[in-house]
Design a binder for this molecule. Structure first.
Ligand SMILES: *[C@@H]1O[C@H](CO)[C@@H](O)[C@H](O)[C@H]1NC(C)=O
Ligand SMILES: *[C@@H]1O[C@H](CO)[C@@H](O)[C@H](O)[C@H]1NC(C)=O
Ligand SMILES: *[C@@H]1O[C@H](CO)[C@@H](O)[C@H](O)[C@H]1NC(C)=O
Ligand SMILES: *[C@@H]1O[C@H](CO)[C@@H](O)[C@H](O)[C@H]1NC(C)=O
Ligand SMILES: *[C@@H]1O[C@H](CO)[C@@H](O)[C@H](O)[C@H]1NC(C)=O
Ligand SMILES: *[C@@H]1O[C@H](CO)[C@@H](O)[C@H](O)[C@H]1NC(C)=O
Ligand SMILES: *[C@@H]1O[C@H](CO)[C@@H](O)[C@H](O)[C@H]1NC(C)=O
Ligand SMILES: *[C@@H]1O[C@H](CO)[C@@H](O)[C@H](O)[C@H]1NC(C)=O
Ligand SMILES: *[C@@H]1O[C@H](CO)[C@@H](O)[C@H](O)[C@H]1NC(C)=O
Length: 246
């Protein structure tokens, strides 16, 4: 039996015992036979197929990336540890959302008592659009590779952590190609211990995102940055009711 036939037989079983039309004894008998067949063979097959779909969800590269991420962080009391088990579908893990292709799109763990540092393995989450790790106690610097996530992130919120050091240059992704922050809408790095200047490559990309109308909120305040923000970026706060804080 091909997969196609299997699907078709499930469809017809669900359609046939419709209460409105099947009034003759023959139809009832037929429905009964079909239902019986469904219970004995199709239901187990159907449940088995659900099971197969379930255990195969969550792309393997995303799962490995998340496990490497969780391996570099821990929680401090009173927060329970992250209950991410490698035996489960990572799309069902706390803080994780996947798209229809079972790729991770959201990693949201704000105010979760996280300590440790942000693993560069997150770079491998190539469908990630929303990353919010705000209000934790994450420390260390941002890896160069990690910043390449900005090429497809829509929301990046790392505010209220203990992240430090200089921001890496931005613009070249893992494959060495020029990337752009064209998708970024909200970038919040505020209330950390970042220092140095904001890299020109980052500012150029943010200015392009602001000019293109995607960037609506940028907050890098309460760090130890030095230097100036180009006036092109200030336009985002004039044009819109969005925020810009240095
Ligand atoms: C971070 O995790 C990787 C494995 O995922 C491990 O090799 C590395 O030692 C960890 N680093 C720290 C500081 O725990
Ligand atoms: C961890 O998750 C598993 C599966 O969802 C659940 O059975 C278990 O109770 C959870 N443990 C904690 C400490 O939340
Ligand atoms: C991304 O995944 C590949 C394949 O699993 C692995 O070799 C590589 O180290 C990962 N990259 C990072 C930054 O963890
Ligand atoms: C990140 O999560 C916090 C807590 O839920 C929320 O207040 C904040 O607005 C989120 N950040 C963004 C940029 O959505
Ligand atoms: C990336 O873009 C910059 C300016 O937009 C350009 O100077 C540089 O050569 C480009 N690099 C690559 C590898 O294309
Ligand atoms: C500035 O950032 C530090 C470190 O995250 C935080 O403890 C402090 O509350 C922040 N201050 C303000 C005014 O937000
Ligand atoms: C920017 O971040 C600072 C410190 O984290 C916070 O106090 C301020 O409310 C934020 N500004 C906006 C407009 O979100
Ligand atoms: C930034 O802070 C680190 C320590 O966290 C220090 O080593 C480095 O010199 C500082 N850089 C600048 C430009 O102040
Ligand atoms: C704010 O900017 C967004 C994105 O460009 C745009 O869709 C929206 O209409 C703007 N809002 C106002 C009040 O100008």
């Amino acid at each position: 039996m091909t997969n196609h036939h299997f699907k078709h037989s499930i469809l017809s079983v669900f359609l046939m015992p419709s209460p409105s039309s099947s009034s003759s004894a023959y139809s009832l008998y037929n429905s009964y036979m079909v239902s019986n067949f469904m219970v004995s063979i199709i239901v187990p097959l159907f449940l088995f197929s659900l099971f197969v779909v379930h255990v195969s969800s969550c792309s393997q590269i995303d799962k490995l990336s998340l496990l490497a991420f969780s391996g570099n962080i821990s929680t401090s009391p009173p927060f329970p540890s992250l209950n991410w088990s490698d035996s489960l579908d990572c799309c069902a893990w706390e803080g994780i959302t996947c798209d229809g292709d079972l790729r991770v799109t959201h990693l949201l763990l704000p105010s979760r008592g996280l300590t440790g540092f942000i693993s560069p393995s997150l770079t491998n989450l190539s469908s990630l659009s929303h990353l919010n790790l705000s209000h934790n106690r994450l420390s260390g610097g941002l890896q160069h590779q990690l910043f390449s996530l900005l090429s497809h992130l829509v929301v990046l919120d790392l505010s209220y952590n203990h992240l430090s050091g200089e921001l890496p240059p931005f613009g070249i992704d893992n494959s060495g190609k020029n990337s752009s922050g064209a998708a970024i809408q909200e970038l919040d790095l505020s209330s950390n211990f970042f220092n140095g200047t904001l890299p020109n490559s980052l500012l150029e990309n943010l200015a392009a995102a602001a000019a293109g109308g995607s960037l609506v909120s940028l907050n890098v305040s309460n760090n130890s940055f030095i230097g100036h923000i180009p006036t092109s970026l200030f336009c985002i706060s004039d044009r819109n009711s969005s925020s810009l804080r240095f």
